[in-house]
Design a binder for this molecule. Sequence first.
Ligand code: FES
Length: 384
Amino acid sequence: MSTETETGTETRTGSRTRTGAGTGDDLRTPPPRSATDPRPDPILALLARVTPFLLWQSARRKRREPRPVDRSLRLVVTEVRQEAEDVVSLRFTAADGSPLPGWHPGSHLDLDLPSGRRRQYSLCGDPADRTTYRIAVRRLAHGDGGSREIHETLTPGTELRAHGPRNAFAYAPGGACLFIAGGIGITPILPMVRAAAAAGADWRLVYTGRSRATLPFLDEIDAIGAMAGASGRVTVRTDDTDGIPTPEQLLSGAGRGTSVYFCGPPPLITAVRDAFPTTGAGGLHFERFAAAPVVDGTPFELQLGPDGPVLPVPADRSALSVLAEQRPETGYSCRQGFCGTCRLPVLAGEVAHAGSPTARRTDTNMLICVSRAASEGGRITLDV
Ligand code: FES
């Protein structure tokens, strides 16, 4: 879609260039050297030849520069509701009452919490409702404090800055779909299920967790399951009554060509990914709600400023987790290399870049949640 936009821009810029070419026609006929020598002045002739090219190049460069888009919003909490054990949902409206930006199933918001933490939450309300956003948050007793802050400090009337919505887990309607949600992983999946049901698609949902008491939005899922044509499409299985599911059990509804959408805890995602190739299903789309474990990492060093301390980063940890331990105010959000919140300038050292180039912006930056030193034992000096 962005390519189409760029093409449109090119067409418009091309028109400007052609308009400029009219001026260039005059330049292409440089004045004679003197009244007695009718030959064109060589310097002016050269200028006349290269000027249109330089103008075209400069316009092209301007076109390609990414334009920063301000996607920040002022939101106000309108409702906090207990949805399940340790899970609350929050509804927000725009602080100035204006319509909220549209979104599609799978989108998330970045919320700036009062403490300065930035955290991401999937939108789990109705995309057609431009007056309200809804998210749901499970309180993690041993988390990094973001979920506790939401549970303990956000009340109706609290104002927050948010960014987005953005979508890194897009649902493509059409074709057979198997949705798998583990616990709070239901948040991005719920709007997808609603969209599939509304479109009359061939879909199944497996919703799993420790017990029914821990699963949010069961009432809404039951209502979708009770819709005409949805009979037998929803399976809720809990560890306390059905046992911990195997990846094969979760994927049992993934027939040939089926698209699988999955959100859940990292170990379950890893297990499902490993089992997926045996299913013959068409594609696996997943979103984690925690950082992916570091696999195949090698140790390296992180220096905080040219004269600052040097921190060892072990093979199984990210630079972000090591730095955040020393400096808890370190900013991060997705921990998967696509939001850019953890981006830091690099002063020295060779980086093996990972994550989205758009989030990194330039090669002199590093996404510390996913990038490492290019060589084992190498040292990266950050401008912090
Ligand atoms: S935290 Fe999002 S890119 Fe690193």
